[in-house]
Design a binder for this molecule. Structure first.
Ligand code: KG4
Ligand code: ZN
Length: 338
């Protein structure tokens, strides 16, 4: 990158995390995330509560982020924010804030697509490795499940997607059925470490091409738990580790099946993962094992897996360098296209 010293402020507020980051070139100077614990008791994100919490968090998070980066707002060259996809009320907080800053400071705005930013987080300097183009990225989050062919930072093509639930949603819904709090994905990961992945077999879906489906698994788990709870009301508590390991094993096998097909068909062995579920330890372990088949694997740092401002700043850096400047007139876009 020619002008490495450009400083970008990244603002992320698409779901339930309020985050800002300061990025200089590709180096993160600060990356603060305020999580919203309020949703745990409701078993999922409550949009109205999420937007209120963003309002409360955004100023303290910005203040902390600038202090940690040893920066003032005057040092920022451009303001990158998540325009979509996401929850409208949540997006409105970040986008209005970004626009206010842009007007007040007379600095350019950069509109970032959240899903592309998850992928571009790989180009932040302190990751263990950086992918070479072209590469395949399995983007797995609470809202999306995609296999993306990444030709350059700004040229990406979705080659496969879920036709129903996202994989993070599958983790969270399975956890909810096991009476675990939201977000259940990290808890399933934790309990699975102590369980037998082959204890309870669940079906691996097989959709057309590189597509995924997780709704069948959700129904399978529901009937499985219902049947066993009728026989033993403590079934879940007594088998928590084995159920979690079995569910996780099925989900990871489903993800890998289509990824393997894409690697073979496109003859691209450079493979990355992104999004909240890329923090999953079993997915990371099984991907690392693929190195034996010649795959070149890129796993993002944990802080760049779940939603964060750093990835928005990194995507913003690429867009800004490309002259892609946003408009104050553009509203947030909850269904923003890839
Ligand atoms: O990317 P992200 O932070 O937000 C969205 O854009 O959706 O992803 C959140 C999702 C949640 O569904 C959460 O349960 C899941 O990522 N997740 C995990 C793990 N850590 C987060 N799922 C499985 N194992 C994990 N370790
Ligand atoms: Zn995300």
């Amino acid at each position: 990158m020619a002008d490495k010293q450009i400083i970008i402020l990244g603002i992320e507020s698409s779901c339930d995390d309020t985050s800002i980051a300061v990025l200089k070139g590709r180096r993160i100077l600060s990356n603060f995330v305020a999580n919203q614990e309020i949703h745990a008791e409701f078993g999922g994100v409550v949009p109205e509560l999420a937007s209120r919490a963003h309002q409360q968090n955004i100023i303290p998070v910005i203040e902390k982020g600038l202090k940690e980066a040893n920066c003032t707002l005057q040092d920022i060259d451009a303001i990158a924010y998540t325009r979509g996809p996401g929850l409208l009320g949540s997006l409105l907080v970040g986008s209005s804030f970004a626009k206010g800053l842009s007007i007040g400071l007379n600095k350019p705005l950069v509109e970032v697509n959240h899903m592309k930013a998850h992928i571009l987080a790989h180009f932040i300097e302190d990751n263990a490795s950086t992918p070479n183009f072209p590469f395949l990225c399995l983007t797995v989050s609470g809202g999306h499940t995609q296999i993306v062919l990444v030709k350059s930072p700004l040229q990406m093509e979705v080659i496969g997607t879920t036709i129903d639930d996202a994989v993070g949603e599958a983790f969270d819904k399975a956890a909810k059925m096991m009476e675990l709090p939201y977000p259940g994905g990290p808890l399933i990961d934790k309990y699975a470490k102590l369980g037998n992945p082959n204890a309870f077999p669940f079906k691996i879906s097989n959709m057309k091409g590189y597509n995924y489906s997780f709704s069948g698994l959700k129904t399978g788990i529901l009937y499985f738990l219902r049947k066993n709870k009728e026989l033993n009301s403590n079934f879940i508590q007594e088998n928590m580790n084995d159920i979690c390991a079995s569910v996780q094993h099925t989900i990871v096998a489903t993800l890998l099946k289509k990824l393997e097909k894409a690697v073979t068909d496109f003859d691209i062995k450079e493979v990355a993962i992104a999004g909240g579920v890329s923090a999953n330890s079993e997915l990371r372990k099984q991907l690392k094992a693929k190195k034996e088949d010649g795959w070149i694997i890129h796993l993002p740092n944990f802080e760049y897996c779940t939603d964060n401002g750093a990835m928005i700043a990194m995507a913003g850096q690429f867009l800004f360098q490309n002259g892609s400047i946003g408009s104050l007139k553009n509203p947030p876009n909850p269904r923003m296209k890839f």
